[in-house]
Design a protein around this ligand. Structure first.
Ligand SMILES: Cc1cc2nc3c(=O)[nH]c(=O)nc-3n(C[C@H](O)[C@H](O)[C@H](O)COP(=O)(O)OP(=O)(O)OC[C@H]3O[C@@H](n4cnc5c(N)ncnc54)[C@H](O)[C@@H]3O)c2cc1C
Length: 569
């Protein structure tokens, strides 16, 4: 059995930042199903928020207010306050680790505008910010190779919880197919989001809810999963992201009539309103037949920025347009549509990264989470752009610190793990033995389509009920699938099937929580309940597993400085 003081699953920003904290005193295992620098954090383009005030005066109070308003007042404000206060230090720390941020003329860290932020507060490295930060952290991880052992291309299947304490995980080495138990005093999940549940998404292939569902299967509820963010500028039909930085730099959105339609929806912020509002505006234009050429897309127009500005600030976006659809944004507008982008919900934690399983903040000892897989909740019902890289870095560090302090105080738990390992082996064996008639690819496609159509930007009771019933049908069909590759080595088909099982579970959780929330707030919009309802729904949802079914409970939102008000832009 492999043993580490602290085992971290996920090597994106949150996981690597946590590892760098733990390795100061203890030994760390850092496990990831993709090579660390291929984690989705590396795809982040636009920036990371901090009230440095380098371009205009700014303050953490304004950052906090914008974040709470952007989140439609569902954010836990005690956590938001800690987080925005920590932001400037985080930027300087990243810079000292070697992350090269773009500069102002006088040599300060440059800051650009972003949706929902009232001040230019996004620090950036051109439009490759996530790449720059992820690589800086990876270099630090390599530098600490003596105390951080990286398990690259290993897959986490399941948590091991014994006597109410998390003491390890069951994993497999993707290369060899061997299943192992890793024993740890503390486990941190930093497994990222689950955008892959939807047909059109900006997310990398690895965003399949493995961490959230492993926690759920161990009895941990999932919080606020009905809140999924649709990004306004995913490439038409493919979802590949054109960062909001394009609008931050001055890009326009145009409908089929060539109108800057945001005037009708958010006259004061226009294209830089928060994402939920812009995505709904786009979808409304498309649904009203005002898409470009009558199709399901609208235009992102950057031509007026000029080639020099585009090459300085948005070079990757230009290249993505050229490479994927042969459109050069210097000369022509880019076709875009709302695309599933970010999971506001996830594994509930307190603001120190400790996983908590109910409204009384009861901890699951030894289990911590950070980054997109966690719900602290600093983003409430809708995350502002650039607040997520910050979330992953701040709470990654904090979860690392909390796990370290915990692991220093406890002995290794008594662990057998054979039961959990046998379950994983049985699951794999069962997949190999199934000789059904169903195609997993077909099931995956149907899941993605129904989630996009019926649990997407606009939702209502009838569609959500039909969505849940489709997903339940797909879960049944999943049991009758057929695998073609039964080999041990690098069996990617096997892992895709396991991931599909996780995504089907996640899809049911998202749509069930969405059906229960009979109001519209942030990223969750119900056409049959178009208003926010603070009286009945100013609360976080918690979905628990119960006898093979889902059970819904709620917990209060922490409101400190900013009382809920109407949200207009
Ligand atoms: C295209 C795009 C652009 C974005 N741009 C911005 C931006 O400009 N600013 C901003 O603030 N936010 C942005 N975001 C959001 C932000 O990038 C993410 O929320 C954040 O990077 C998530 O970091 P993370 O560490 O939580 O997870 P990730 O970086 O997604 O890493 C997840 C890790 O978990 C591992 N993992 C998952 N499941 C398993 C398993 N079963 N076994 C082993 N390992 C597993 C993966 O291998 C990976 O290492 C963007 C997101 C996308 C998709």
């Amino acid at each position: 059995m492999i043993k580490h003081d602290v085992l971290i699953v996920g090597a994106g920003l949150a996981g690597m930042r946590a590892a760098l904290e733990v390795c100061k005193e203890l030994d760390v295992g850092l496990l990831t199903k993709v090579y660390p620098s291929r984690s989705h954090s590396g795809a982040a383009q636009g920036g990371i928020a901090a009230a440095l005030g380098n371009s205009e005066d700014d303050s953490w109070e304004e950052h906090m207010f914008d974040t709470v308003k952007g989140g439609d007042y569902l954010n836990d404000q005690d956590a938001v306050e800690e987080y925005v206060k920590a932001a400037p230090e985080v930027i300087y720390e990243l810079e000292h680790m070697g992350c090269a941020f773009s500069r102002t003329e006088d040599g300060k860290i440059a800051q650009r505008s972003f949706g929902g932020h009232s001040k230019p507060r996004a620090c950036f490295s051109a439009d490759r910010t996530g790449h720059a930060i992820l690589h800086a952290l990876h270099e630090q991880v390599l530098k600490h190779a003596k105390s951080i052992k990286v398990y690259s291309e290993w897959y986490m299947h399941q948590l091991v919880v014994e006597e109410g304490r998390c003491c390890g995980v069951v994993v497999s080495n993707i290369r060899t197919g061997e299943v192992e138990v890793i024993h740890a005093k503390a486990v941190i999940f930093a497994t990222g989001g689950y955008g892959r549940v939807f047909q059109i998404t900006t997310n990398a292939f690895a965003g399949t809810a493995d961490g959230a569902i492993a926690a759920f299967r161990a009895g941990v509820p999932l919080e606020d999963c009905e809140f999924v963010q649709f990004h306004p500028s995913g490439l038409y039909r493919q979802g590949i992201l054109f960062s909001e930085a394009a609008r931050g730099e001055g890009g326009y959105l145009l409908n089929g009539k060539g109108e800057r339609f945001m005037e009708q929806y958010a006259p004061s912020r226009m294209e830089l309103a928060p994402r939920d509002i812009v995505a709904r505006a786009e979808q409304s234009e498309i649904d009203a037949g005002r898409g470009v050429n009558g199709e399901d897309y609208i235009h992102l127009d950057l031509r007026h920025l000029g080639e020099a500005r585009i090459m300085e600030r948005l070079p990757q976006i230009r290249q993505l347009g050229i490479d994927f659809i042969g459109v050069d944004c210097v000369k022509d507008p880019l076709p875009i549509q709302p695309s599933a982008h970010y999971s506001m919900g996830g594994i509930p934690t307190d603001m120190f990264g400790q996983v908590i399983i109910d409204a009384d903040k009861t901890p699951l000892k030894g289990f911590f989470a950070a980054g997109e897989c966690a719900c602290v909740s600093v983003h409430g019902a809708n995350r502002l752009g650039t607040n997520s890289l910050l979330d992953a870095t701040v709470f990654g560090g904090r979860a690392g610190r909390t796990a370290l302090e915990y692991a220093k105080k406890v002995e290794f738990g008594k662990i057998n793990g054979s039961h959990e390992k046998a379950r994983v082996l049985d699951q794999i064996e069962e997949i190999f033995q199934r000789d059904g008639t169903e195609s997993y690819n077909q099931i995956r496609n149907e899941m993605k389509e129904v989630m996009m159509d019926k649990c997407g930007v606009f939702r209502d009771e009838e569609n959500l009920k039909s969505c849940i019933s489709t997903i339940q049908g797909l879960k049944e069909r999943y049991k009758k699938g057929k695998v073609t590759d039964k080999g041990q080595l690098f069996n990617s088909e096997l892992y895709e099937i396991v991931e599909l099982g996780n995504m089907l579970e996640m899809a049911e959780i998202i749509s069930t929580a969405a059906l229960a929330r009979q109001e519209s707030r942030g990223g969750h919009h119900r056409t049959d309940f178009p208003k926010r309802d603070d009286e009945n729904f100013l609360k976080h949802s918690l979905v628990y597993p119960k006898d093979g079914q889902l059970e819904l409970k709620y917990k209060p939102v922490v409101v400190t400085r900013y009382q809920p008000k109407e949200r207009t832009y």
